[in-house]
Design a protein around this ligand. Structure first.
Ligand SMILES: Cc1cc2nc3c(=O)[nH]c(=O)nc-3n(C[C@H](O)[C@H](O)[C@H](O)COP(=O)(O)OP(=O)(O)OC[C@H]3O[C@@H](n4cnc5c(N)ncnc54)[C@H](O)[C@@H]3O)c2cc1C
Length: 474
């Protein structure tokens, strides 16, 4: 919790409203019998867990309900696989992830240096393998100076003005920033990107086309990336990020109610009723709702969400993402003498060599966007076969030296149906921060509602904000 609301001060406020013990007293006004909790939190990802822990720390009785059979949401350490790869959120910067770093410390967990095999990447661009040292002068590098000297991974950053015209982390939501809420493709062209630069940036973009992403959104991403510092600032969690979500869930007084799919949220004068598939409705004084927007679209609100908020829920896009994990049987990089990890402009995206207790670690193929292969509709076996074959084609030294382990497809994951929320051109000006606005007694959180930070820290930030909104009303 930030210093803004100390435990003592909050408890004082709670006392003024009838005391900590007075919380349930005021809840008896809920009408339909005894409420199930002071606050029901929907979704046991980072946002929900943080909201639940913070509310409980301030004296509230919290019930966390989760639709799936697992805690963690988009944090998911694959303990079933050798090397325990993180198939979801895992990397954090010690410069920008204050909430995560602080909570890791308080939980007695340990951050370790980033498990990535090195900060240098080889490139496969325009059908050719290129060593990073040769990249600036390579005939396969079609970027104009000064951007041609920059690794493709960081290319888009070269076309933003320096310093960025966003004075604060929240500035992307201010009306003065609306001038940048245009297609990212137009913005890049206006700032000197040639067609090849656009092609390389689009190859790794979250959307199919740079026309479909707001430049203002990308500027906000860039601002966070710059603040997050160099790759050397990155950390992973010892044992995998699920140790963090598990430990947070263990802090809760009440067991997380798993397999509780929420389908409706009904507010009345005294409280909120949460409808759960196949179970009796639950009642509480407040709700924190953290489900990702593709799932929230299926929830019936009574009364309905205001039109602008409903529009933002319906229209905010999510990126596609498929992860493929490969076992490394022999150190293929010793043969081609390229760095262990590879950045490609093709179907594979980024192929990261990760360190693990296995002798050679494992490969993590992180395929962003839709690419030319319909990963979403293919069976896992077909995806693994296609990825292994494509990798052997673009990096022949991997042939026979890697073996498929598993696929994690977030686009077809039933509880996420996408990777991360982003914003299309004009959407920030149109919707602003409406996704964060409470609807009667329902407060919204989740990475898609973060204002200052992104990713896992954004989820934590959003859970904190929602908890504070409720604490200020109690
Ligand atoms: C492949 C991948 C890699 C990533 N890498 C990083 C990284 O390295 N660093 C970083 O900072 N971030 C990363 N992220 C992002 C980060 O993981 C997310 O921002 C964060 O975990 C989202 O947390 P959340 O609580 O908002 O949502 P979620 O974790 O999605 O939690 C929402 C929860 O709601 C539940 N739910 C959904 N519908 C219902 C329903 N109807 N009823 C009940 N429960 C429901 C879901 O099952 C889920 O548990 C990555 C994400 C992915 C997918």
């Amino acid at each position: 919790m930030t210093g803004a609301l100390s435990r003592r001060k909050t408890l004082k406020w709670l006392a003024a409203a009838g005391g900590v013990a007075g919380l349930p007293v005021s809840l008896t006004g809920c009408g339909r019998g005894k409420p199930d909790a002071d606050v029901i939190v929907i979704g046991a990802g980072l946002a929900g867990l943080n909201a639940a822990v913070l509310l409980q720390e301030q004296g509230a009785d919290v019930l966390l309900v989760e639709g799936s059979e697992r805690i963690g949401g988009r944090v998911y350490t694959r303990d079933d696989l050798p090397g325990h790869p993180d198939a979801g959120g895992s990397e954090f910067s010690i410069d920008t992830y204050a909430r995560i770093v602080d909570r890791i410390d308080r939980l007695g967990l340990r951050a370790i240096p980033w498990r990535g095999g090195g900060i240098e990447f080889g490139y496969h661009v325009n059908g050719q393998l290129v060593h990073p040292d040769a990249w600036p002068t390579s005939e396969f590098n079609g970027i104009e100076s000064p951007a041609r000297n920059v690794p493709p991974l960081f290319l888009s950053g070269m076309y933003f003005p320096r310093p960025l015209p966003l004075a604060t982390p929240e500035a992307w939501l201010e009306p003065s920033a609306a001038q940048f809420d245009i297609p990212f493709s137009d913005f890049l062209r206006q700032n000197g990107a040639n067609a090849e630069a656009l092609r390389l940036i689009e190859a790794r973009a979250e959307a199919d086309s740079l026309d479909d992403i707001s430049a203002l959104w990308q500027m906000h991403v860039q601002q966070f990336n710059v603040a997050s510092g160099a790759l050397t600032q990155l950390r992973n969690l010892e044992g995998g990020m699920s140790r963090f979500t598990d430990a947070m869930a263990n802090q809760l007084n009440r067991e997380v109610r798993l397999r509780a799919k929420v389908t409706g949220i009904r507010s009345d004068r005294d409280g909120v009723e949460v409808q759960v598939v196949g179970r009796q409705s639950l009642r509480a004084r407040f709700v924190v709702c953290t489900m990702p927007l593709p799932l929230l679209r299926d929830v019936a609100f009574d009364p309905p969400l205001p039109a602008l908020q409903a529009g933002a829920v319906a229209q905010t896009p999510y990126s596609e993402h498929t992860d493929v994990f490969l076992e490394i049987k022999a150190p293929f990089w010793e043969e081609d003498e390229l760095p262990t990890s590879l950045w490609t402009d093709g179907k594979l995206g980024i192929v990261l060599k990760m360190n693990s207790e296995a002798e050679h670690g494992y490969l993590w193929v992180a395929i962003a966007g839709r690419s030319s292969i319909p990963w979403r509709t293919m069976s896992d076996d077909d995806v693994m076969a296609a990825v292994t074959a494509e990798l052997a084609r673009v990096r022949p030294s991997t042939a026979g030296r890697v073996a498929p382990m598993a696929v994690q497809n977030w686009s077809r994951h039933p509880w996420t149906r996408g990777h991360l929320a982003y914003r299309g051109p004009g959407q920030i000006s149109k919707f602003g921060a409406v996704l964060t606005e409470p609807h009667l007694r329902t407060h919204f959180a989740g990475e898609h509602t973060a204002k200052l930070t992104m990713g896992m820290e954004g989820a934590m930030e959003s859970g904190e904000r929602a908890a504070l909104e409720i604490l200020l009303q109690i």
